[in-house]
Design a protein around this ligand. Structure first.
Ligand code: NAP
Length: 470
């Protein structure tokens, strides 16, 4: 495929191979963008900003609705692209494609609801004859940088609200999974989005990351990815808005009054969805000691039934990890944890990019698998004596994206809601529950700001005050 810069689809001699992580088969190639391509994209986006800023809202709305229709008409092709270039099974990929339709549709709806307020200037003595209001104006060029694990919908979460709010975009998708983003770009152009508003540069962060984030023409960096990259970007970005959707190692609490079958079913799914390569994936489960043994038995039984294999087979539950390097890193963390005294209950082995779903108990608090984000198919079970202990341990890490509690007690639920240091608390659900209109984001090292269309639109626009001195 080609990249989208200005008014054309641009190819290059130097290309990047996009490989299926299951078998390393070539799926397609994309251009290896460089700093000249980024410069061309910024020049185009400056024009695109003026075009979109001046576009009546109803036109933005109809382009967004039309884009959603196009994605719907090609839903299976989008799902196959997600599954072939990435780690998701075809069933998981179908869900992502359908959520992308939601994301773009909600962007169209929210474009209509972006409103201001009148300001009571006469609330101050001496301002009696003044009348005015504020409205929200687009901030300009949004630099969007996205990760590999939701290669379509997380891109839509940036482009949708950016366009709805009247901005232009320079997007850099993850190097390993650029195809879904380019196909989304095609859908926007076919839907009638004027050229220059959306620019997609494919290329490695090592080559174009710095020029993208340091260019003062970018008025906001909307980044989703790992905390390490996020910190690097924050240091270099300069004076511009920053949206950071970063990693986590999400905690789930299971109390003695919980519906255990539901807790097991949803936590197994939450731990191994997308091979655990999920920012809100379940990594740490704190189980009340009264139900610990039963929970552990059911959890391990259910985990052992998961079928690992080729992501495009309809009956595969868990596909490959994104690269062999990542799979080897997870295996190393597993081996280190075993040496530190953690007890392996099931899994732990790997063949190439295929990792077994892995469950531990007695994970030492110092182990990477406890305190870092594993971003792989590994989950730890911990026995706790009380909700207080569970909350304290849940909060004992540097991350805070989502937390969850399974309980039938309102008192327990409200205590967890109040005390968990996270951006979202799921009650009787897994941490990996999300719909696309809810505010989404983290505290601590899990991020800054919120996505979820309405909330991203607020981040991507600013109030402009108007005052008439009558
Ligand atoms: P990553 O390595 O941080 O990369 C994410 C994106 O940033 C890629 O496009 C990457 O480009 C680019 N990048 C990396 N370093 C950069 C730098 N110094 N300057 C500019 N761009 C840079 O993350 P990933 O492995 O793709 O994704 C996994 C991470 O994303 C996990 O930590 C996960 O929790 C997080 N995530 C968070 C959310 C959320 O909403 N909170 C959602 C999904 C994923 P290249 O591909 O060229 O390296």
């Amino acid at each position: 495929m080609k990249m989208l810069i200005g008014e054309k689809w641009v190819g290059k001699e130097e290309k990047i191979d996009v490989l299926n992580p299951y078998n390393n088969n070539l799926v397609d190639t994309v251009p290896s963008g460089d700093k000249d391509d980024v410069e061309a994209a910024f020049q185009a986006a400056e024009k695109g900003y003026k075009t979109n800023r001046d576009l009546p809202v109803h036109q933005r709305v109809s382009i967004l609705y039309q884009t959603a229709e196009i994605i719907k008409s090609r839903q299976e092709d989008f799902a196959k692209t997600i599954a072939m270039e990435g780690s998701k099974t075809i069933k998981e990929a179908r869900k992502e494609a359908s959520r992308c339709i939601d994301t773009i549709t909600i962007s169209a709806e929210e474009a209509r609801r972006l409103v201001g307020e009148t300001i009571p200037f006469d609330s101050r003595e001496g301002s009696e004859n003044r009348l005015g209001y504020y409205f929200r104006f687009p901030i300009g060029i949004i630099v969007a940088i996205t990760p590999f694990n939701d290669p379509l919908n997380l891109v839509a979460h940036k482009i949708g609200p950016a366009i709805a709010g009247g901005n232009s975009v320079v997007l850099k998708p993850a190097t390993v999974t650029p195809l879904s983003a380019l196909k989304l770009g095609e859908a926007f152009i076919e839907a009638g989005l004027p050229w220059n508003i959306l620019n997609i540069v494919t290329g490695r962060a090592s080559k174009i990351g710095d020029v993208l984030v340091t260019d003062p023409r970018g008025r906001m960096i909307s980044f989703t990815g790992g905390t390490e990259a996020g910190l690097d970007i924050v240091k270099k970005a300069g004076l511009k808005k920053i949206g950071m959707e970063l990693g986590s190692n999400s905690p789930v609490i299971v109390m003695d009054d919980a519906d255990l079958n539901r807790a097991v079913e949803l936590s197994v799914s939450g731990a191994f969805w997308a091979v655990g390569q999920n920012c809100i994936g379940v990594q740490r489960i704190y189980i009340h000691d009264a139900v610990y043994e039963k929970f552990e038995k059911l959890f391990v039984e259910k985990t052992k039934k998961l079928k690992v294999g080729f992501q495009l087979d309809e009956d595969t539950d868990m596909g490959p990890m994104i690269t062999e390097e990542e799979a080897a890193r997870v295996q190393k963390w597993i081996e280190e944890a075993c040496q530190e005294g953690a007890e392996l209950l099931t899994g732990g082995k790997r063949k190439g990019t295929l990792c077994e779903p892995t469950v531990f108990r007695n994970m030492p608090t110092s182990a990477k698998l406890n305190c870092e984000e594993v971003f792989g198919p590994v989950v730890n079970l911990y026995k706790v004596a009380s909700l207080d202990e569970a909350v304290e341990l849940a909060n004992s890490v540097k991350y805070g994206l989502h937390g969850a509690i399974f309980t039938r007690s309102l008192e327990n639920a409200f205590k967890a809601i109040k005390e968990l240091d996270v951006g979202g608390v799921m009650v009787n659900d897994s941490t990996d529950y999300r719909i696309d209109m809810m505010p989404f984001g983290g505290v601590k090292w899990s991020g800054l700001g919120r996505e979820g269309i309405k909330f991203a639109l607020l981040e991507m626009t600013e109030p402009k005050v108007v005052c008439f001195n009558l």
